[in-house]
Design a protein around this ligand. Structure first.
Ligand code: PBG
Length: 323
């Protein structure tokens, strides 16, 4: 036998020399849930190890993440029900929870990249990402609300806005609004191919943001489709996106690869709440080794073509990588 692929696997050092894919803390983004209060950490039952954090706790954990080399934090606010209404008006409050969290983070950990979500659902009494009228999710009427939300976040000092709403035309609307307000250096990370996925369940528990009626299938993508993802990629590029995000991660590795082949833009993959919950649940039962399966999942998304990965396990993964 002349060809023995196993020679390249002989020792750890040889395997390291021929390893094609790497993962480092700088590839990781830590998504986090923020809530009101002081010294508050409220565990999320369906996401073991993850809590909603008051701003002081968010700052403390973000410092930890930054010291471990994690590149960025992505914030999701848990808004009190009394502040929710159909237009999600609280989203543009300069003193709203999210805006205060951004300001504190940029003051206390200025080099950590801060990313905010742009969508109505945390603020909407309907629990949808856009305006609802007679059971329909309105597209064009939602755009100015999203644009105003992005500008409010930019005023608070955010580095990157990440529209996750899947309305048509929102990247362009947000880009024009940001530039018009003097924020041409705020980046847009577009949730470009975001699928209507059941893997978001634990996230909606965390924010109590499950839609009051219906589902998100008229705006989020059909899990059956990939050509549609290519169309979304091209549109978001033309509209001025800086990064393209694919979500969920592991069940959509083919879409990450396809995005890599169709775009030169940086790509983010989102290891979503349900993916995290599955690993934790199996590990709690003693059925999987959590740390190995976590690192293998993250590496797979890098191998598929993701530059960066949003994962609730960012701090755990970064500390494993430092060992
Ligand atoms: C909502 C939003 C969702 C997630 C990120 N932004 C949920 C949804 O679309 O219902 C899901 C993240 C996760 O499951 O980890 N705009």
């Amino acid at each position: 036998m002349i060809n023995r692929p196993r020679r390249n696997r002989l020792t750890p050092r040889i395997r390291a020399l021929v390893g094609e894919t790497t993962i480092q803390p700088k590839n990781l983004v830590w998504p986090t849930f923020v809530q009101e209060g002081k010294s508050q950490r409220t565990p999320i039952v369906s996401m073991p190890g993850i809590s909603r954090l008051s701003i002081d706790q968010l700052v403390a954990d973000s410092k930890k993440a930054f010291d471990l080399g994690v590149a960025a934090v992505a914030l999701f606010p848990a808004i009190d029900d009394s502040l929710k209404n159909p237009e999600g008006k609280e989203s543009v409050n300069p003193d709203g929870l999210l805006q205060r969290a951004v300001k504190e983070l940029k003051k206390e950990v200025p080099e950590l990249v801060v990313i905010t979500d742009v969508a109505l659902d945390p603020y909407s009494s309907d629990g949808h990402d856009g305006l609802v009228q007679n059971g329909q999710i309105l597209n064009d009427e939602t755009l100015p609300l999203l644009a105003a939300m992005a500008v409010a976040q930019a005023k608070a000092g955010v580095d990157v806005v990440a529209p996750s709403d899947m309305m048509d035309g929102r990247i362009e609307a947000i880009r024009w609004a940001l530039d018009g307000a003097g924020f041409e250096n705020v980046l847009i990370c577009s949730y470009c191919a975001k699928y209507a996925s059941a893997f978001y369940g634990p996230f909606r528990d965390a924010l109590e943001s499950t839609p009051k009626e219906g589902d998100k299938k008229t705006y989020q993508m059909d899990p059956a489709n990939t050509r549609e993802a290519i169309r979304e990629i091209h549109l978001d590029e033309e509209e001025g996106a800086d990064w393209l995000l694919i979500k969920p991660g592991l069940p959509y590795l083919d879409v990450i690869r396809l995005t890599r082949e169709h775009s030169e833009l940086p790509i983010a993959a989102y290891h979503v709440s349900g993916e995290y919950a599955m690993l934790k649940a199996a590990a709690e039962k003693g059925w999987l080794d959590y740390e190995s399966c976590l690192m293998e999942s993250l590496l797979s998304m890098r191998r598929a073509g993701a530059d960066m990965i949003f994962t609730y396990a960012a701090i755990e993964a970064a500390s494993l990588l430092q060992q």
